[in-house]
Design a protein around this ligand. Structure first.
Ligand code: NAD
Ligand code: UDP
Length: 344
């Protein structure tokens, strides 16, 4: 079944994954309303999305916790479903500022659901994370793998929201909730005009690598080479952000025929080590990435990759872009925009 044209609210739509998804939604012919407080993004991302799509989403600068804003939004636009990306995502910061994380991510999601229920909007796609599985002994991770105890407040906030949403779906059959557990999103749109623009020094591996390559940072620090993995460095399931965006359209599609609470892993099913990532980036970009080995980073798991079969069976979705494309696209974005959106 193809998705009929809808009017969609995208919270956090100016951010990294949100902006790529807004573009995919516009390209598929949907009407899009973005609600973003710009706490970790620039309105330039949406200006560039509009240029790529040939039309603009509606943009409302505001906070998901502000019920005056959400009430007015739902009264003005006839929203069919919500894609909920808005949240804070820096693990280290969440350890230092747990109240800000629980407020933004948990209380924010609660407020959004209250506003949705009041407006009679019951379809929701939520951005969760593989971090909810915690430390898992057996790879790959499927949706039947029990959730664990995430090692930090960020991860726990995601798990709390998942549970809140499960309770909500249990309480009222009108809810249609798709929880998407992302593995490691990387890369950028092939145009090189939208991409990941982290504030300050990146926490994540690939933006750190691209900033070394562009000369903003001196060298990569590899966190640990003594893990029980083939080359001793951590292994993750990196997924191209454009594939991830496509997964959201398929999830919306699936919610047309599935009520209740559903969960899908969005990953490639393939794990790569930190050093494999470094070498794949060097091959794709022609740039050297100097690195040094340091101690393990607190809270990191040795390995994490998905079994993506459920999404393939139920959503008809699978990741199509491999590592060389992830690297080439990340580099095109970084080299064309060394200052991110700040260069505009
Ligand atoms: P991002 O920071 O680029 O995007 C989040 C957006 O939400 C930003 O534009 C920010 O300004 C906005 N926002 C934050 N709090 C808000 C609030 N209270 N009200 C309105 N807007 C608010 O992050 P991203 O990488 O695009 O991640 C999107 C979602 O996916 C997040 O929920 C994140 O936790 C989740 N996720 C991300 C990753 C990843 O590695 N990038 C992995 C798993 C899950
Ligand atoms: N990593 C690293 N150096 C960095 C950033 C990350 O060696 O500067 C490693 C990290 O230890 C992990 C992998 O790269 O093994 C992915 O880390 P990232 O922070 O991107 O994602 P997550 O920890 O959420 O899986």
């Amino acid at each position: 079944m193809t998705l009929k044209k809808q009017t969609l609210l995208v919270t956090g739509g100016a951010g990294y994954i949100g902006s790529h998804t807004v573009l995919a939604l516009l390209e598929a012919g949907h009407e899009v309303v973005v609600l973003d407080n710009l706490s970790n993004s620039s309105p330039q991302s949406l200006a560039r999305v509009a240029r790529l799509a040939g039309r603009a989403p509606v943009f409302i600068e505001g906070d998901i916790r502000d019920d005056t804003v959400t009430r007015a939004l739902f009264a003005r636009y006839s929203i069919d479903a919500v894609l909920h990306f808005a949240g804070l995502k820096a693990v280290g910061e969440s350890v230092r500022e747990p109240l800000r994380y629980y407020d933004n991510n948990v209380a924010g999601s609660l407020a959004l659901c209250q506003a949705m229920a009041a407006a009679g909007v019951f379809s929701l796609v939520f951005s969760s994370s593989a971090t909810v599985y915690g430390e898992v002994a057996q790879m790959p991770i499927s949706e039947t793998t029990p959730t664990g105890r995430p090692s930090n407040p960020y991860g726990r906030s995601k798990l709390m929201v998942e549970e809140l949403l499960a309770d909500l779906a249990q309480s009222d059959p009108r809810w249609r909730i798709g929880v998407l557990r992302y593995f490691n999103p990387v890369g950028a749109h092939a145009s090189g005009s939208i991409g990941e623009d982290p504030n300050g020094i990146p926490n994540n591996l690939l933006p750190y690598i691209t900033q070394v390559a562009v000369g903003k940072l001196a060298q990569l620090t590899v966190f640990g080479d003594d893990y029980p993995t083939p080359d001793g460095t951590g292994v993750r399931d990196y997924i191209h952000v454009v594939d991830l965006a496509a997964g959201h359209l398929q999830a919306l599609n699936a919610l047309q025929t599935r009520s209740g609470w559903q969960v899908w892993n969005l990953g490639t099913g393939q794990g790569y080590s930190v050093l494999e990532m470094v070498h794949a980036f060097e091959a794709a970009s022609g740039q050297a990435v100097p690195y040094r080995i340091a101690a393990r980073r607190a809270g990191d798991v040795a390995q994490c990759w998905s079994d993506p079969a459920k999404a393939e069976q139920e959503l008809g979705w699978c990741a199509r872009r491999g590592l060389p494309e992830m690297m080439a696209d990340a580099w095109r974005w970084q080299s064309a925009n060394p200052q991110g959106y700040g260069g505009d």
